[in-house]
Design a protein around this ligand. Structure first.
Ligand SMILES: NC(=O)c1ccc[n+]([C@@H]2O[C@H](COP(=O)([O-])OP(=O)(O)OC[C@H]3O[C@@H](n4cnc5c(N)ncnc54)[C@H](OP(=O)(O)O)[C@@H]3O)[C@@H](O)[C@H]2O)c1
Length: 290
């Protein structure tokens, strides 16, 4: 019997590539998304269904799981991927923006996990592959709320694995570095809702620089999909899978450097002279690439 995977956030980026990767290997794919009425490609593929699922709406999670079980009888792997970034100076965000970031990246992932656990427990097997980020174990300036959400995902998964393993259930964490997806476009919330603009002079060049770096060096979403595919099939009990040279380098630095040294490197890298120097370098690289 074909295996079945349920994936959240399949309208674009990592979720979409993951759906395509599993489908081409002959798996049944439940490619969930908030607005399946806009989907044209995935719905046409054999063994793929695209139920509506908004991770912040528990009724949609229950309906999507029920539809999947009715169609395929069993779910073997869940990829908790849906998420986005709230990025900028903390004081510029409203409480609503901060709530929404946690409702989606943390509580949404927990809701899907909670709804799936009874099913996995009954079948005495199941694998959660949760897309966190290198931002879940490292720190950059101006990402405070996003970091907090991804650090929460890491802590949740790392602890959850102990209590579910005796029921035959596994948890794996994917930690991509920068990836070329809609995350850098429509999936980022950078809106200043409080009107506080005292941070602008320092924060704008840093955010522009990070965008430039992402535009130039980010890995492809299919590379993350490939790692998710391997994580689903390697039969190991490995917990973390890092994707991308930037993620490997940053997480190694975070591991071996003291807090003080890591912080002073970050402060130097994001100081005004370094940022303007790095921006000049990235301008040159952009010209060379184009
Ligand atoms: N791109 C990166 O550099 C990077 C690096 C590390 C980790 N990540 C993580 O990778 C995951 C996927 O992001 P991506 O890079 O592939 O970006 P993306 O192309 O913007 O995809 C994000 C997906 O999440 C969905 N989504 C957002 N809110 C949702 C909700 N409430 N319910 C269900 N789906 C929702 C979006 O759906 P809609 O179309 O409906 O908005 C979209 O399908 C995220 O968890 C992100 O934090 C990304």
């Amino acid at each position: 019997m074909n295996k079945t995977v349920l994936i959240t956030g399949c309208s674009s980026g990592i979720g979409r590539e993951t759906a395509l990767r599993f489908q081409c290997e002959g798996w049944n794919v439940i490619a969930t998304m908030r607005t399946p009425t806009n989907e044209q490609e995935l719905v046409e593929l054999p063994n793929v269904i695209c139920p509506a699922l908004d991770v912040t709406q528990e009724a949609t999670i229950r309906r999507a799981i029920a539809e999947a079980l009715a169609k395929f009888g069993q779910i073997d792997v869940v990829v908790n991927n849906a998420g986005y970034g709230l990025i900028g100076p903390f004081e510029t965000f409203s409480a609503d923006q901060i709530n929404r970031q946690f409702q989606t990246n943390v509580l949404g992932l927990m809701s899907v996990t909670r709804e799936m656990l009874p099913h996995f427990r009954r079948q005495r097997s199941g694998l959660f592959i949760n897309v966190a980020s290198f931002a879940g174990r490292s720190i950059f300036p101006l990402y405070s709320v996003y970091h907090a959400s991804k650090w929460a995902v890491e802590g949740f998964c790392d602890s959850l694995q102990y209590e579910v393993s005796s029921h035959g259930i596994q948890v794996k964490i994917i930690e991509p570095g920068l990836v070329k997806t809609e995350f850098w476009g429509r999936s980022t919330d950078r809106e200043n809702r409080t009107g506080v603009n005292d941070y602008d002079e320092k924060s704008r060049p840093v955010l522009d620089l990070i965008d430039d770096v992402a535009g130039l060096f980010a890995t492809k979403p299919c590379d993350v999909a490939e790692t998710i595919w391997k994580a689903a099939n390697d039969s190991s009990n490995r917990l973390r899978y890092i994707v991308g040279v930037d993620a490997h380098a940053t997480l190694l630095a975070r591991k071996v450097l003291t807090d003080g040294l890591y912080r002073s490197i970050m402060k130097t890298a994001f100081s005004r002279p370094s940022v303007s120097m790095l921006q000049k370098v990235s301008e040159k690289l952009k010209k060379a690439v184009n």
